[in-house]
Design a protein around this ligand. Structure first.
Ligand code: FPP
Length: 234
């Protein structure tokens, strides 16, 4: 399996960790731990098949409402990942970038994130890691930034002011876990994304499941509001 330029950017809503753990009689934290392993496997596979940009929804602005023990366990997993990811990101040529509001994160975590961002900044592939991310919050922040410039705002201005200003919009958004919604993820950038929903719980997401999503993507016809191109008969 290898993709072409039609599929440059895949975004993942990694849902189902909690249910995966419950089904095994374990705590939700156990599911997040397995989910973080799946995340590493998935981003590595996406690189192998030629995807240039991967965006993952690791923690939303709404996820703070979860029990403190669960929030802490996710933060701990992130911390462990960030402490150990640099070698592999460098080997695979992946640039790490957090998208989201850094201000609510601990100073130690921010420092770690910024160190990885700096160390990997020249790598050709891109991992957008959505952490304390909300699509509406992202748009509000972008608009506030533009207001200070005092001009009439265009769509391009907003795109250019988002966290993802320098990468193509997602061609494909994959949501695991069976729910059919976008949950405040990349709401501006998703305007013309193909959406793919699967009942597979995130920790069970395999290379074959990604292949299935990619095949489905290639079977879709993207018209961007236009009409189907039919070659004229002579
Ligand atoms: C959704 O599953 C998952 C999250 C809110 C957290 C995603 C976090 C990870 C995959 C691990 C984080 C660490 C790294 C290194 C990426 P859910 O808890 O909502 O599952 P449920 O719908 O079954 O309850």
């Amino acid at each position: 399996m290898h993709v072409d330029d039609r599929l440059q950017h895949i975004a993942f809503i990694m849902d189902g960790n909690g249910r995966w753990a419950k089904m095994r009689g374990e705590k939700r934290e156990y599911g997040h731990r397995e989910g973080s392993e799946t995340f590493k496997r998935v981003i590595s596979y996406c690189g192998d098949i030629g995807i240039k940009v991967v965006t993952v929804y690791a923690f939303s602005t709404e996820n703070w409402k979860r029990p403190k023990t669960e929030v802490n366990s996710i933060m701990k997993l992130l911390n462990t990942y960030l402490s150990n990811c640099e070698k592999e990101l460098m080997e695979k040529g992946v640039r790490f970038r957090m998208i989201g509001d850094k201000s609510a994160l601990s100073p130690a975590l921010i420092k770690k994130i910024e160190r990885i961002e700096k160390a990997t900044e020249d790598n050709p592939l891109l991992l957008n890691f959505a952490l304390n991310y909300g699509g509406r919050a992202e748009i509000v922040a972008a608009v506030n930034k533009l207001i200070t410039e005092g001009k009439t705002i265009t769509e391009q201005d907003i795109s250019n002011a988002l966290y993802t200003f320098d990468c193509p919009e997602p061609d494909l958004i994959v949501r695991t876990g069976g729910d059919l919604r976008i949950s405040n993820f990349l709401i501006w950038q998703a305007a013309y994304s193909e959406l793919y929903f699967t009942d597979t719980l995130w920790p069970d997401m395999s290379e074959a499941d990604i292949d299935a999503a990619v095949h489905e993507f290639y079977s879709r016809e993207r018209r961007y509001g236009g009409v189907i191109k039919v070659s004229p008969k002579n």
